[in-house]
Design a protein. Structure first.
Length: 187
């Protein structure tokens, strides 16, 4: 697995330029950073439980579920995920355009993480929604409005990766690579 991570990091940093703009889009939680933030769920029957971002990414909502995302208005014990952080830093060294696209409703925690990690203040788009179609909407908007010809999308949620890939298929002239970030071990 480590060799795969090193390969991906080196390929990204050495790729030659394509015609048109290149864009890399990173999810935040469980892609660039691990936190102790939780999603609190109250089921339709009144049962209460919590989910980590990773558990939430694969959770299938049940009728009557109510979600409390209040932990995501702040950073709770943030830890950089080293190998995806390395990919991000390699891209930034080469001058690539990077956006952080998060389901969080606030940009401030992401900016705080960037500052604490010694990273530049990148563009952060806070969608305030966990709906995978919102991330696909953003990618499509960039393709249509900004002449982007190459996009790499990094996300731990397979639902998000799938939605972006499906939407991008409408634009065969644009190369879109959706990378599902899977962590086999701790950060």
């Amino acid at each position: 697995m480590e060799l795969l991570r090193e390969y991906i990091a080196s390929v990204l940093s050495e790729r030659s330029r394509t015609d048109g703009r290149r864009l890399r889009v990173f999810d935040f939680d469980d892609t660039l950073v691990k936190t102790n933030s939780k999603i609190y769920v109250t089921s339709g029957t009144g049962d209460k439980f919590e989910l980590t971002p990773g558990e939430y990414a694969v959770y299938v909502p049940q009728p009557g579920d109510e979600f409390d995302y209040s932990d995501f208005s702040k950073l709770i014990d943030p830890r950089e995920i080293v190998w995806t952080g390395r990919i991000l830093r390699n891209i930034l060294k080469k001058g690539g355009e990077v956006v952080i696209l998060t389901a969080r409703s606030a940009q401030a925690p992401v900016y705080q993480f960037l500052e604490d990690a010694g990273l530049p203040r990148l563009e952060v788009i806070a969608l305030a929604s966990s709906d995978p179609e919102k991330k696909a909407d953003y990618i499509e908007k960039r393709i249509v409005n900004d002449d982007v010809k190459y996009i790499e999308f990094f996300d731990d949620s397979y639902k998000n990766v799938e939605a972006v890939g499906r939407r991008a298929a409408k634009y065969p002239e644009v190369k879109v690579v959706s990378r599902h970030i899977v962590h086999k071990t701790e950060i």
